[in-house]
Each structure stands twice: as C-alpha cells, then as structure tokens.
Design a protein around this ligand. Structure first.
Ligand code: F6R
Length: 616
C-alpha cells in the first residue's frame, strides 16, 4: 500500500524523509517521491520509479537546499502505471501546492472533467492530481487570511468522495503541513520543536514515541511548534497523545506476528476496496472501468479460456463455475504452464483471461503471448497496476487488494474471486442474467466484509484445531462444485507453509482410488457448506467417518448434524452459493497459518519459494 511521511522542524527534512520512506518499504510500492520547501519559496522535488534507493541516487549530487519542511511518498499504483510522472507528490499547474495521497478518490473523473473544462492541464494519470488543482482553485478564490491554505484543503476534501490520507505543503505558507484522513490511516508525531506526519508509525518511531492518530474526516494543521485538528465540518477537536509501545518490526505488521496473518485480517477491507465504486445496485450491473471500452468485444465472446498459476489458477477454476452458471459462457481453465505448450484449439470469439496477483508470472505471461500469436483477445485480472500482464493484455480489471507481502497468497485470492463475481455480473447482464439476479449477487457481495469478520472472530476455535492436527503426517482435502477448487487451495497452503503433504480432490473422486488411504491417522478437511451439493459431500463425510478417518469440516452456521461425523467443525455464515468460497477460504487460511506457526516455520517466506515466479 502507499506510504506517507512528512516533517517540519529544526532539522534537514530531506534525510529524515528518505529514511522514513525506507522504513515504509516493507509495505510494497513501485515508485517514490519527495518534495521539500524553504522559506524563500524554493521548491525541490524528485520522483523515481523502483526502490527508494533510486530516488536517493537521483538526489545525490543535486544542488539541494536543506530546509526543515517536506513530504514524501511511496506509491503503489492504482490509477496510471508506475512511472515518474505518476509518482507523488503531485502539484497544481503553478507548482504552488504539493500533495501526497494514499487511498482512492472515487469521483476523481467528474472532478477532473470539471477542472479540464476550466482550462487545467493534467500532468499525470492519477486520481491524486485533482486534489492539488482543487486546492489551488479554492486558495485563489479566497481572501488572504491566516487559515487560507487550511481552508482551501478543507473545501477540497468536502468535494471528494472516496478514501484518503493526505499531506499537503504550499509555497505560500511554508510553515505548515496540512494533513487529513478518511479511511486511510494517518498520524501526527510529536517531537521537541518538530512534528511529523505518517501513514504508519514505523516511518517515525525512531524520532518520537508520542503520536496522535487522526480520525476519519479530520484535518490537521501541523507546524514546527504545535498543531490543531478540526473535523471537516469545522469543529475543533483535542486528543491526548498515545504512546507507541511496539518496536518498528511489530508496527510494520500492525501488531500481527506475520504478514500472512495481517493480510488474512485485511480481507474484509480488501473486499470493500475491490467492489468500491463498481456496483450499480439498482441496475443490477457492475461498472468496471478497465473493460468498459471493450464492452462490444466482450458481448461477442463465446468461449473463455482462463490461465493462471497456483492460487491464481484456483481462482480461475471458481471463476469458471461462476461464468458458466450465471453468464452462460463456456469456460475452461488451464495451468498457464500447460497452456503454453499444448495446442489449444480456438474457435470464433474466444477470450484468454489471465489471472495473476503479481502480474509478472512467467508462465502466465507466456500464455498471453501464445494467445496473442493466435489472434485471441486477452484480458487480465491483476493486482499489480502497470505490471507486465496488465500491460500485455488488451484490457483488464485491477483487484485493488494492495500489495501482498507474504509469499503465500491470501487476500489477493479473495480479491480475485470478488473481481470474478463482478465480471460475471458484467458478462451475465450482457447476456441472459436478469436485473434481479444481478442485484442479488451485488447485494450479497456487499454483505461479505461483515460475514468474513464473523469467520475471523472464530480464530481461537481454529487455533485449538491447529493444535490437534499440527503433527499429522498428511491430509486429504475435499470440496465440491464451487468449493472443489478450494480443496486445491487448502492443499497448496498445507504444502507451502505447513510442509504437510496434502492431496486435494473434488469430493466425488475420492471413491476412485484415494479412499484406500483413509484410516484413523489420515485426516480429511472437508469443505461442506449447505449448498446444492451438500447431500453429495455429506456422503463423503460418512464414508470417511466409517473408516475412522478424522474429519475437520467447514460448513454453514446451524448445521449441528455434521457433528455426528466430524470431530472438528468450523462454521461460516450463509451466502449465495457462488460466493461461499470467499467465506470458506478464511478458516482454511487461519488453520494453515496456525499449524505452520505451531511448527515454528518461517511463514512469510516459506522454504524454496519466491513471491513472484518470473522464470519458467
Ligand atoms: C500460493 C501462491 C502461488 C501464486 C502463484 C501465481 O500461495 O502464492 O501459488 O498464486 O505463484 O502468482 P501470481 O498470482 O503472482 O501470478
């Protein structure tokens, strides 16, 4: 996710800001930038793609002054590819106001159109740039007063819909930073004759332990010697400073011991981010910016081939079920590594849909290349904006899951499923899906963050189950229909982080050989929500139980009967059948995480694995 750090005080701001950016690197980013201002209204700005070290390199040797005011940013692209022109800070036309921003401005298009009609030229593809131009507009429209800059930022934010943590500096008032937040964390660091602002305490914990966390809809004016906070509707607020008790490593993970754990707990927020601004509920439609221009091509698609690797491939298999059932489009899924070497037969109006978190997986890239060679349309569902897959496909949808640091994919998988559901609504409504069904899926999607929270609340029950099974020699994972792919996802995680051999099967396949393995030492994880195939999977459960195989079952709340056969039961709330994998995967992630943890494994970086597999 993006990171913000700002400094005002008696010391040189620049080295403090660069150090702060380095401390934010763990969050993941693709570019960075910094601006410092002196009292003579000189402005020094640098931006760079890649590591903060690149930014630092570009600064060394330049003729920098050493003022005590500046803001800096690490960017994770959401609007516009990672590039110097899209990196923050962004300024108004006359370079009088400089903004760094975390979050997404949902109504940036209409604000941008308004500004363009007033003659403003945009220099980046970002949503953030509208803030700088609006601040300049409102500053110029106000009479001179001590609070003019502060009021211009406030007025700007009153026009904005979306999420933000921002820090702004101005040539006209080079004695302050204006900071504000809505759903994107921001805190003020209190020092002696100096203050800081940061999106994350790890950026400033070496400078101070005394901080004030801004609340939503609050705006602060931060000076060398003090600060004031107001709500956006003009009420001043006071707050006692909090004391940072964690060390930097713990803060990076926001109190979680591992990134994997943090990312699992981010799932409710990730779902919100993936659907934000994309559902038009009363029309039962999904509005997906990245594919709106390809509407006509997509209307004609008669067959979809999905390619992805590992967990992304699993997401593809769930997507297949969704697209076939609700959009009526014949769909098949390939391991990207197979697609590139077999001889796929294409018919008229085919689409290759590549799914990838990193957007850099070599096999998936090769599948796209192969499809292009054959003249097939290509589309991506990608998390990393501006990545190779995002650039190489004809069109696509971004996940907005934020950077995933843990090697094992969790929150990105969930966002892939959410985007798949949105895409299903999009494609379905172009075909036979009714308004009512479009609405229904949309409404259920909106419910999901709260339902996931209910599953996360069962962590203690899951820890107890993890304790019981941590020394198991191997495990069988089973699911059916929408949850058959989840059996594979569970097995990937058992192998990847627990180092437990796991065999995954669509449950109906069990009787064709694998049942021979079942005995009292060989447990099974059965994903069995009460859906259209529940009775079928119940018979698998009974067959395992008859052979004294221990069973961990994931089922729907209220299913007490299952306890007759399963020793351990984890409940998920009821939702639409096609969305059950989004809920059922959460206990799978918690269970595998806790088993790996009890075994003392290095969870975020499992042995022999890399986050992004850029070789064949
Ligand atoms: C498993 C996992 C991998 C990735 C796979 C594809 O937890 O993370 O299986 O899903 O390497 O990576 P992306 O999605 O970046 O193409």
């Amino acid at each position: 996710m993006c990171g913000i750090v700002g400094y005002i005080g008696k010391r040189d701001a620049l080295p403090i800001l660069i150090n702060g950016l380095k401390r934010l690197e763990y969050r993941g980013y693709d570019s960075s930038g910094v601006v410092v201002l002196d009292e003579k209204t000189n402005v020094y700005v640098k931006r760079a793609v890649g590591k903060v070290a690149e930014l630092e390199k570009s600064i060394n040797g330049s003729d920098w002054l050493r003022p005590g005011l500046g803001i800096a940013h690490t960017r994770w692209a959401t609007h516009g590819e990672p590039s110097e022109r899209n990196a923050h800070p962004h300024a108004d036309t006359d370079n009088n106001f400089w903004v760094v921003h975390n979050g997404i401005i949902e109504n940036y298009k209409e604000l941008k159109d308004e500004l363009i009609s007033e003659g403003v030229d945009f220099r980046s593809d970002t949503d953030t740039e509208v803030l700088a131009h609006l601040i300049a507009k409102y500053y110029n429209g106000q009479p001179s007063s001590p609070g003019r800059f502060f009021d211009a930022v406030k007025k700007t934010l009153q026009r904005v819909r979306g999420t933000y943590g921002i820090a702004v500096v101005s040539k006209f008032e080079p004695d302050k930073i204006i900071a504000a937040r809505n759903s994107s964390p921001l805190l003020i660091g209190i020092g002696d004759g100096e203050h800081m602002v940061a999106s994350d305490a790890s950026a400033i914990i070496h400078l101070t332990k005394s901080v004030i966390y801004l609340d939503d809809h609050e705006i602060a004016e931060i000076r060398r010697d003090g600060f004031r906070i107001e709500t956006l509707d003009g009420n001043s607020t006071t707050r006692k400073p909090s004391l940072l008790e964690w060390d930097a490593a713990k803060i990076e993970k926001l109190g979680h011991d591992h990134f994997m754990h943090k990312e699992i707990f981010e799932i409710p927020e990730v779902i919100e981010n993936s659907i934000r601004g994309r559902l038009i509920l009363d029309e039962g439609r999904a509005k997906l910016g990245g594919i709106e221009d390809a509407k006509d091509t997509l209307r004609k698609i008669e067959r979809i081939i999905i390619a992805g690797c590992g967990t992304a491939n699993v997401a593809g298999r769930v997507t297949e079920y969704m697209l076939e059932e609700y959009a009526g489009i014949p769909t098949e899924v390939d391991a990207a590594s197979e697609f590139r070497y077999r001889k796929p037969v294409f018919t008229k109006n085919n689409l290759l849909l590549a799914i990838s978190q990193s957007g850099e997986t070599a096999d998936t890239l090769a599948a796209i290349k192969e499809a292009k060679e054959k003249g097939i349309s290509t589309m991506g569902i990608v998390n990393a904006v501006g990545s190779s897959i995002a650039r190489d496909t004809d069109f696509g949808i971004y996940n907005h899951a934020g950077p995933e640091i843990s090697v094992a994919s969790t929150k990105a998988f969930v966002s892939q499923l959410v985007v798949a559901a949105l895409f299903t609504i999009f494609m379905g409504r172009q075909r036979e899906m009714s308004l009512t069904m479009g609405k229904r899926i949309g409404e259920q999607l909106k419910e999901l963050p709260n339902l996931v929270k209910k599953v996360l609340a069962q962590e203690n029950i899951i820890i107890e189950i993890a304790k019981k099974y941590k020394d198991m020699p191997a495990i069988l994972t089973l699911g059916r229909k929408y949850n058959a792919p989840l059996a594979t996802e569970a097995a990937i995680k058992f192998r990847e982080i627990c180092y437990v051999p796991a065999i995954d099967l669509p449950a109906g396949e069990m009787k064709h050989g694998t049942i021979a393995l079942i005995d009292e030492k060989f447990p099974s994880l059965v994903i069995a929500p009460q859906d259209s195939v529940y009775e079928k999977i119940q018979s698998n459960i009974e067959q395992i139980s008859a052979r004294r195989g221990p069973i961990i079952a994931i089922t729907t709340e209220g299913n007490e009967e299952i306890k007759k056969f399963a020793q351990d039961v984890i409940y998920i709330p009821k939702t639409l059948e096609m969305l059950t994998p989004i809920l059922a995967v959460v206990p799978i992630y918690l269970l595998t995480y806790h088993i790996a943890r009890l075994k003392g494994h290095e969870i975020d970086k499992p042995r022999n694995l890399a986050k992004s597999v850029t070789v064949e």
